[in-house]
Write a protein that binds this ligand. Structure first.
Ligand code: NAI
Length: 334
């Protein structure tokens, strides 16, 4: 059994928080050998609700849960943190412009990045879930100059899992047999779920589905698969009357678990990480790539052939990330 890890969850009283905390405390985030100390960060108005969730966590009597602290102070929340899950964010309200949204979130993720810089453990790993996730991660990272940039990530794992599920439904395959699918770019409607390298039980999807230009399945790819994955969040809100929460929490668990424990041999997943310039994505942007986790670090899967269809879509999503970065720069947030 390892020493307890400190896991901080922001927005802990929100709906993703409610779906996430019990799974962390049960050991699904860091495995059965690592006890967890939970830190819940909330805004003052929501501290009481977080306390209620903490009462329920107590009542589960999780053997691995070795303590819960609740605070509205980022400095306290991130002191000694090993895994920071930044879930709380300012949602877009009606009529809010992108600049206003970025500014409001800059006011959250800048100070949180600074608090991580000041107090986090040396091995800290940060996953930003709160939207706009990629740019919020960029803002936090920019405020943490003493933390290696590769410790800041944003979540596209939910998009990845949605794409797995859609491809399984189309082909009749089991999700467990699908590998090498990629989400590129921004966690937004411009994201590009790429099937051109995907395999089902070791056979390339392109041998089963003719998704090449002019192929009989190209229309399905362009007009069904890609938009269904990209707009799944809106479809969930439409059906459920609330945004995806349990599936988002599940993806956060998957992301951190893989980061810490490694991705299975011969497979990859998707995560938004600080670009090193791979695949023409400008260095420093937080963009989603095909990644493997080795020795506790994400590495971009190199050497993939990117066809014209994919290139145009990756470029469009990356362009949006550049615009968001330029906007937060103009606002003085980074
Ligand atoms: P929610 O509104 O139920 O909960 C958000 C919580 O964050 C609230 O309790 C609020 O009090 C708290 N909060 C706000 N500002 C805070 C701050 N400065 N410090 C600490 N806590 C703060 O929202 P929900 O459904 O839990 O979603 C959270 C975020 O996750 C949203 O931004 C949502 O858009 C995003 N999301 C991202 C996904 C992804 O794939 N990357 C998927 C689904 C949601």
């Amino acid at each position: 059994v390892h020493a307890p890890a400190t896991v901080t969850v922001t927005g802990a009283a929100g709906q993703i928080g409610y779906a996430l905390l019990f799974r962390i405390a049960s050991g699904q985030l860091l495995g059965p050998d690592t006890p967890v100390k939970l830190r819940l960060l909330e805004i003052p108005q929501a501290v009481k609700a977080a306390e209620g969730t903490a009462m329920e966590l107590d009542d589960c009597a999780f053997p691995l849960l070795s303590g819960i602290d609740i605070t509205d102070d980022a400095g306290r929340a991130f002191d000694g943190v090993n895994v920071a899950l930044l879930v709380g964010a300012r949602p877009r309200s009606k009529g809010m412009e992108r600049g206003d949204l970025l500014e409001a979130n800059g006011g959250i993720f800048g100070p949180q990045g600074a608090a991580i810089n000041a107090g986090a453990a040396d091995d800290v790993r940060v996953l930003v879930v709160g939207n706009p996730a990629n740019t919020n991660a960029l803002i936090a990272q920019a405020h943490a100059p003493d933390v290696p940039a590769d410790r800041f990530t944003a979540m596209t794992r939910l998009d990845h899992n949605r794409a797995l599920s859609q491809l399984a439904a189309k082909t009749g395959a089991s999700v467990a047999d699908i590998s090498k699918l990629t989400i590129w770019g921004n966690h937004s409607a411009t994201q590009y779920p790429d099937l051109f390298h995907a395999e089902i039980a070791g056979t390339k999807v392109t041998e089963t589905l003719d998704i090449s230009p002019g192929g009989k399945d190209q229309a399905w790819l362009a007009d069904e698969f890609i938009p269904t994955v990209a707009k799944r969040g809106a479809a969930i809100i439409e059906a459920r009357g609330a945004s995806s929460a349990a599936s988002a929490a599940n993806a956060a668990i998957d992301h951190v678990h893989d980061w810490v424990h490694g991705t299975p041999q011969g497979e990859w997943t998707s995560a938004a990480i600080v670009s090193d310039g791979s695949y023409g994505v400008p260095e420093g942007l937080v963009s989603s790539f095909p990644v493997v986790a080795r020795n506790g670090r994400w590495e971009v899967v190199q050497g993939l052939d990117v066809n014209e269809f994919s290139r145009a879509r990756i470029d469009a999503s990356v362009r949006e990330l550049v615009e968001e970065r330029d906007a937060v720069k103009d606002l003085g947030l980074i």
